[in-house]
Design a protein. Structure first.
Length: 344
């Protein structure tokens, strides 16, 4: 009971902006490509539509849901990708919701016969809404008896129903060849103010990330004699490092692609004896990549932090993506090299 009250208090102060806000993170980060790095806009060199949903820590009294939807398209004549993304998250304690709609653009530059560089940017309009009447503060918690009650003056000067909007900007770059990729991105570069309190500042910290990996083809790939479609057999190793003050984190793992089946396993955290502990989760994934262009993925996070799997319930995540060639193929150039990233 005491642990749940303590967690409740921490969530309360973070919602009000007294603690620095952190971005939603997806375990299937390559299934949310524009969210990961604006440079991945149009990276499929086709037209792509996708959705992501994450239910984090369902074992707690309060729930945390996040979702993302996007569409992007590659314009061959201009070596450019354009995209539209919508992100949202909901935290039940203060009925806090964050919504974002953004436009992204990426340009692909050819560096050599088998190497490319993509540069991308994104501009977003964001809105935060909260209803504070159900919040619980430290002054209302009786640690000895494990009860909650009493009156607090923490909300003086804060509207019970609050809304705040602002603009946000992100940039990214990605180098890739036939087997490797390496990218970096910066989100919230202007560190906008997200405080609900008048005349106070609570900056959304800039998030810096570095992602990369390598892909190996395995023996056993086959080509259909009638359709000439190649059945891929490969294994990829990748990492995704994130730093957003005051936290840093590393996702590292592997995905095995035995077309149409995808199996993945990776670890999230950055073990250290000093500073803040952030051993967060071990993640397993299963997905299918169909010839029709439809990709479906499901992953589950096994909580590895002190919060514990029994208390948190882990995290469930689902992704759907449909990729297709839009327009008349005869009026387009031949498809160029696509990024050999993780599929999810």
């Amino acid at each position: 009971m005491i642990k749940r009250l303590f967690i409740t208090f921490l969530f309360s102060i973070s919602i009000l902006g007294f603690a620095k806000a952190q971005d939603v993170q997806y375990s299937q980060f390559y299934a949310a490509p524009i969210y990961l790095n604006p440079a991945l806009t149009g990276a499929s060199e086709l037209t792509r539509i996708g959705v992501n949903y994450r239910n984090q820590w369902p074992g707690l009294d309060q729930n945390f849901n996040s979702y993302s939807a996007y569409i992007d398209h590659y314009i061959f004549d201009y070596n450019s990708g354009i995209g539209l993304i919508f992100n949202g998250s909901q935290e039940s304690m203060a009925n806090l919701s964050t919504n974002e709609i953004g436009l992204s653009y990426a340009y692909r530059l050819r560096l050599g016969e088998d190497s490319y560089f993509r540069l991308g940017a994104q501009a977003s309009y964001m809105q935060r809404d909260a209803f504070f009447s159900d919040l619980v503060f430290g002054s209302q918690i009786d640690i000895v008896n494990g009860t909650v009650g009493g009156i607090t003056d923490e909300l003086n000067g804060i509207p019970i129903d609050s809304r705040y909007s602002f603009m946000d900007y992100s940039f990214g770059g990605m180098y890739y060849s036939e087997k490797i990729w390496l990218g970096a991105s910066a989100h919230h570069v202007t560190e906008p103010n997200i405080s609900f309190v008048d005349d106070q500042t609570s900056k959304l910290p800039m998030k810096l990330s570095l992602q990369g990996g390598i892909k190996f083809d395995l023996v056993g790939g086959t080509r259909n004699y009638f359709t000439h479609m190649y059945s891929e057999r490969s294994i990829s190793f990748a990492f995704n490092y994130k730093q957003q003050d005051p936290f840093s984190q590393l996702d590292i793992g592997a995905q095995l692609f035995l077309e149409p089946l995808v199996l993945g396993l990776w670890y999230r955290g950055l073990p250290t004896k000093n500073g803040l502990p952030n051993n967060e989760a071990i993640i397993g994934l299963v997905g299918v990549a169909l010839e029709s262009g439809l990709d479906i993925g499901y992953s589950y996070d096994v909580t590895a932090s002190k919060l514990g799997l029994k208390n948190s319930g882990g995290a469930h995540e689902i992704s759907l993506r449909y990729t297709f060639l839009w327009g008349d193929p005869k009026s387009r150039n031949q498809r160029s090299r696509t990024i050999p990233c993780f599929r999810y």
